[in-house]
Design a protein around this ligand. Structure first.
Ligand code: VGL
Ligand code: ZN
Length: 198
């Protein structure tokens, strides 16, 4: 058994004061740092969007943030602009132990497709390459922590389970956006997908 810790989007824009702040997002940093030592591999994901990204409400005239639009690949929440490539908001939380990471995986860099999951973009077919990386390293067991529990953490963990990894989410080391019941829905969907909620 080879275990990897997958730290999802622990970035300044998702922490209090950021452009898409998740309540208490910064509270998980110390717990996440402490968990790194207990894993054979540590992967950080980094939400990484160009300024003209299609998931930003500001790029859809008249659209309100947190409304839902139809993309060629299906429904998509329109977010406030966040994690724009090269901006301070896209940086990792300053206390996150970035030096300990084996791999930093950036996602969401194609202007036309959002990417919640660390494995597949939101069209559900464009792969990020993470599955191949983990398999090549012989990793079998994945523990997910970070932000946000009901979006990027949940989508990543469910994809992991579907791809045949053992997938576990440590909820204490996550925080949620909770948009219109999204947290309850994500918990149910994760359990149904075979993800262990710890
Ligand atoms: C996320 C919304 C948009 C996340 C990323 O990390 O959960 N949510 N981009
Ligand atoms: Zn994003």
């Amino acid at each position: 058994m080879t275990q990897a810790l997958i730290v999802i989007d622990l970035q300044t824009d998702f922490c209090p004061g950021g452009r898409l702040a998740v309540a208490g997002g910064d509270e998980v940093v110390d717990a996440v740092n402490a968990m790194m030592a207990g894993h054979d591999a540590v992967v950080l994901t980094q939400d990484w969007h160009p300024a003209d990204h299609a998931s930003f409400a500001g790029n859809h005239p008249g659209a309100a943030p947190f409304s839902v639009t139809q993309m060629p690949y299906g429904p998509q929440v329109l977010w406030p602009a966040h994690c724009v490539i090269g901006t301070p908001g896209a940086a990792f939380h300053p206390r996150l132990d970035v030096d300990r990471a084996d791999l930093i995986l950036r996602k969401g860099f194609r202007a036309g497709i959002d990417s919640y999951s660390a494995f597949f973009e939101n069209d559900r077919t464009t792969a990020t390459g993470l599955a191949g990386y983990l398999r090549d390293r012989g990793v079998t067991d994945l523990t997910f922590v970070g932000l946000a529990l009901d979006f990027c953490v949940a989508w990543s963990a469910m994809d992991a389970a579907r791809l045949g990894f053992r997938a576990r989410v440590v909820e204490d080391a996550c925080r949620a956006i909770d948009l219109d019941g999204s947290l309850d829905a994500a918990r149910k969907a994760m359990r149904a997908a075979g993800v262990v909620l710890a």
